[in-house]
Each structure stands twice: as C-alpha cells, then as structure tokens.
Design a protein around this ligand. Structure first.
Ligand code: DX5
Ligand code: ZN
Length: 216
C-alpha cells in the first residue's frame, strides 16, 4: 500500500469540517498542511490558528510542510499546534542539523523537503537522521501545477541513498500527483504521495485517495 497525504490547500476552507470528516473516514495515512509565508514562496496560505483548528478535528497525523524562511524559529509552535511531522525546506535552513535535532527534541518526526533544482546528494550527511524526505515535483507555492518529470529520477537516486545508508526515511513526493504520475514515482521507490487538486477536485475524493493508495 502506498501512503497518501491529501493536501488541505485544495480543501474547502469555508467548510473544513466536511472535508475533515471525509478524510478521517478515508484511506489517507496523514494530512498534508501547506504553510506559506509570501517570502520563501510567492504565495501566502494560512498559519497556526488554522492548523490548530484542523488538529482538533483530524484523526490522522498532521504532516506540516513549511514553505517559510528560517522554519527553525517555529519548532515548538508547530509542535504545540498538533503536528506529528515537521517538514522543513533544505533551502530555508542554514543550520539544518540543528533544526532536525530540535524537531526530534520537541517530539515530532523530522522531514526535509528539496525543491526541484536541489540535488538529492545534498542530503548525504543528514539522511540517517531523517524520518522522511519530501521531493517537490513542482516549484512550491501553488496547487494544481504540472508534474516535473525529472522528479522520477530523483526518487530513484534517493531510494539508493536511503537503502545504502539503511536510513528509515520515507520518500514523499508533492506536486502534480495523479494516478499516472503517482504510479511513476511509486515504481521509482516513493512511499508517500501528496495530492491536492487530484483529491479535492475529484467527484469522489475518498475514492481518489483509495485509488492512489492502491498504486504499487
Ligand atoms: C505546493 C504544495 C503542494 C500542493 C499540491 O506548493 O506544497 O502540497 O498543495 O497540490 P497539487 O497536488 O494540486 O499539485
Ligand atoms: Zn506541500
């Protein structure tokens, strides 16, 4: 089974309860929460009060993807609002090792995200410490963009690195995921698929999640 992390960015923020009930009853393994600051990425999404509201209703672990500068400043706040996994961008952390240690000390799982142009080998000296690596398959900032093909090769490179180092890190892929692109990255070694548009614009979102989770 492939794990699915639906991205709430494409949910209906006018009636989140309804979408959260659907997600709680679905095959989703976790919920992907996209935080954008308008500086690291050219868009602004939402912050802590919204994540807290989601956490009160959600029955799945929250996978919080921080598209913000210097995310290490917010480790305790991210934990306090109910995150299980804190996902920071490699490009946003000068002292990545310190940030990862801090996330673990705060009691969360630690994940590092790579932008499309950031090579996998930049993780060589931190891979053993990570619970998950998120490969961006679009440039972060917006839902419903087109999948960048080169990501498939990066997934295979990351699979090799993780296996060679016997790291426990899961491989997650985010951006432009549907049944076709999802199948390609799963075949290359991905464990977790993030999907926003494909899930929430589907006529039956729970079925869309189930179909992604059956990819192997
Ligand atoms: C983009 C976000 C994604 C986005 C995915 O910056 O990180 O999580 O919501 O949306 P889709 O699946 O529609 O590409
Ligand atoms: Zn994301």
């Amino acid at each position: 089974m492939t794990q699915v992390s639906p991205s709430l960015l494409s949910a209906n923020f006018g009636n989140l309860d309804q979408d959260l009930e659907m997600l709680n009853a679905s095959d989703a393994s976790m919920l992907h929460i996209d935080v954008m600051d308008g500086v690291f990425v050219p868009n602004i999404s939402f912050g802590f009060p919204v994540i807290e509201a989601i956490a009160r209703k959600a029955e799945k672990p929250l996978d919080v993807h921080l598209m913000i500068v210097d995310p290490g400043r917010y480790v305790n706040q991210v934990r306090d609002c109910g995150a299980a996994i804190m996902n920071v961008h490699w490009e946003a952390c000068t002292h990545l090792d310190r940030v990862i240690q801090h996330i673990h000390q705060a009691g969360m799982k630690a994940a590092v995200t790579l932008n499309p142009a950031t090579p996998v080998h930049f993780l060589e000296d931190i891979i053993e410490e990570l619970d998950m690596v998120l490969l961006m398959s679009v440039n972060p900032g917006f839902a419903a963009q087109k999948f960048i093909k080169g990501t498939v090769r990066k997934v295979a490179q990351l699979r090799q690195l993780i296996d060679a180092r016997q790291s426990k890190a899961l491989i997650e892929v985010d951006g432009g995921i549907n049944l076709e692109t999802g199948a390609e990255v799963v075949a290359a070694g991905a464990d977790v698929l993030v999907a926003g548009n494909f899930v929430f614009k589907a006529s039956d979102p729970a079925a869309a999640i189930a179909n992604l989770s059956r990819l192997s």
